[in-house]
Design a protein around this ligand. Structure first.
Ligand code: VG1
Ligand code: CO
Length: 543
């Protein structure tokens, strides 16, 4: 085996964001760019010789090329074996499941998640540790630091490995095992949910539509929903993964999943609709002409968890990211279990799950999951809902309305302002921080400011501190506004404004969230001087 050492110079921009390093495909295609980052990962994690790695991605443009490069680098860096999903495919939750099941040293996931793909789209790469979860900040920071001082990387000279058939191959002295990307994951899902009850519901005429958005979940959804659960063959739409996601934006929300939304709001709407994102870790849940807010979805899953066999023994606790609504907190209080509030990004849930403190976790950004893996999991959430529906025999809308009647409604919305000039977005955040000292006590319309801060988090398990995680303005009546800049974009800045108000009165639960939050939205825009600073007064995406 001939190991080649290639001289390189560092890039200064390889800082992982909320979820790995995401850049334009063209950035990754620049000479040495991918190789430098992969070498920075390998140098940082310092895996013992002969270790096993998991490797796969969401199938987007450049996935296959990147896999061959990483395999050659893994061989040169002393890995003994790499488990690769057939065709280079592994959804993010499936990769997490495989890392855990085979107790590998870690894994590399190639994905830019919900960002568009194709030659002009985005690509991404992230490292997951042995627990199956995204590397915590101290590792991503170390990878970044290493990337800035790198002078060479190593790879072997070898022919590409054929990825399209399962089997064990060799690359230099390293084994490459091409695995079925769906089988282990599907088996795990069967162990958690009542497939027999869901099958009975589906054969009784319950109709569903799952939009895979031409992204990675197509083969998973077909195998699980259609083959194993018996949903009719046309239940999964856009089920063939394409390198450019068919030109779409594989983000499961009301704006970017228009085909599913048209079906679910149409005259012939099925009982249940769902979509997932590029890498299969997000989910959107819809009833017939009814949208389930992701924060509510987390709370409802928590409240009904005992209906699923895998959770019948109860939950250790729940966790939600800070901008996620407090609906889950109310359920946790009633169940008598702890509820943790973490910064945005799944990596902050890992320690809590590893320590057995929480079973369910969720984010307002269409992310829900549990300790069955260490990533959020789109199809898992879909199956959880189907399990609940099969058991309760009520409509999605009924289940949500009854939940609100019992707990009150945390009326919630997120306004995204995408593609802002970074300077304007940063200045807006600075301006808000400057105002903070004088805000408490001030009244705006019917709202009086109680507190404001820049959210920081001390991990209760390892004591690590994460600062600058979002600006919060809390009001006396419990409502709040949160401002954050996205850490997953590749162009300009995206400002996210999160709005939440509590409505105990069930007579008002039917109200549209935008209407119910109208005054708060006005205050959020005014306080941040949104229009003056960005020229925008309407969000590009509303959740
Ligand atoms: C967004 C979401 C966050 C999520 C992250 C990764 O991050 O807000 O909740 O964890 O994406 O999800 P940001 O920094 O852009 O707000 V995924 O499905 O892109 O891996
Ligand atoms: Co994703």
């Amino acid at each position: 085996m001939s190991i080649k050492t290639v001289a390189t110079t560092p890039f200064t921009d390889q800082k992982p964001g909320t979820s790995g390093l995401r850049k334009k495909v063209t950035a990754f295609q620049a000479a040495h760019y991918l190789e430098n980052f992969v070498q920075a990962i390998f140098d940082t994690i310092d895996a013992p010789a002969g270790s096993t790695l998991v490797l796969g991605g969401d199938g987007r443009y450049y996935n296959r090329e990147a896999i061959q490069v990483i395999l050659k680098m893994a061989a040169a860096n002393g890995f003994g074996k790499v488990l690769v999903g057939q065709g280079g495919i592994l959804s993010t939750p499936a990769a997490s499941a495989v890392i855990r099941k085979y107790a590998t040293y870690g894994g590399i996931i190639l994905s830019a998640s919900h960002n568009p793909g194709g030659p002009d789209g985005d690509f991404g790469i992230k490292y997951n540790t042995a627990n199956g979860g995204p590397a915590p900040e101290k590792i991503t920071e170390a990878i970044y630091a290493r990337s800035k001082e790198l002078t060479s990387y190593k790879l072997i000279e070898a022919p590409d490995v054929a990825l399209d058939q399962p089997g064990v191959f060799t690359m230099g002295e390293m084994k490459v095992e091409v695995i079925d990307p769906v089988a282990d994951y599907a088996e795990l899902m069967e162990s958690l949910f009542d497939f027999a009850a869901i099958r009975t519901m589906l054969s009784g005429g319950f109709r569903l539509c799952f939009d895979a958005m031409h992204a990675v979940t197509g083969p998973y959804a077909r195998e699980i929903l259609e083959k194993r659960l018996g949903a009719p063959a046309d239940s999964v739409i856009n089920g063939v993964p394409l390198t450019d996601f068919g030109g779409g934006h594989p983000d499961p929300n009301l704006t970017y999943a228009p085909e599913l939304v048209a079906i679910m709001y149409g005259a012939e709407a099925p009982d249940f609709g769902a979509a997932s994102d590029g890498d299969g870790d997000r989910n959107m849940i819809l009833g017939r002409r009814f949208f389930v807010n992701p924060s509510d979805s987390l709370a409802i899953i928590a409240a009904n968890a005992a209906l699923a066999p895998g959770y019948a023994a109860g939950l250790a606790g729940v966790a939600r990211s800070m901008p996620t609504s407090a609906a889950a907190d109310l359920v946790a209080a009633k169940l008598g279990i702890p509820c943790y509030e973490t910064p945005t990004g799944w990596k902050f849930f890992g320690n809590l799950m590893d320590a057995g403190k929480v079973t369910l976790c969720g984010e307002e950004s269409f992310g829900t999951g549990s300790s069955h893996v260490r990533e959020k999991d789109g199809l898992w959430a879909v199956l959880f809902w189907l399990n609940i529906l099969a058991s309760r025999r009520q409509s999605v809308e009924d289940i949500v309305l009854r939940h609100w009647a019992e707990y009150g409604r945390n009326v919630y919305s997120r306004h995204d302002h995408e593609g802002l000039p970074s300077a304007a977005a940063n200045a807006l955040m600075d301006h808000l921080k400057d105002r903070f000292a004088k805000l408490p006590g001030q009244r705006f319309g019917s709202y009086q400011v109680k507190f404001c801060d820049d959210f920081s988090y001390t991990d209760p398990i390892d004591g690590s501190l994460s600062t600058g995680q979002g600006l919060r303005i809390g009001f006396e009546d419990g409502s709040r506004i949160v401002y954050r800049l996205s850490g997953t974009g590749t162009e300009g800045a995206t400002l996210r404004i999160y709005l939440e108000a509590f409505e105990p009165d069930s007579a008002r639960h039917g109200e549209d969230a935008q209407q119910a939050l109208a005054e708060l939205i006005g205050i959020a825009n005014e306080l941040s001087e949104l229009k003056q600073r960005t020229g925008r007064d309407k969000p590009t995406v509303i959740t």
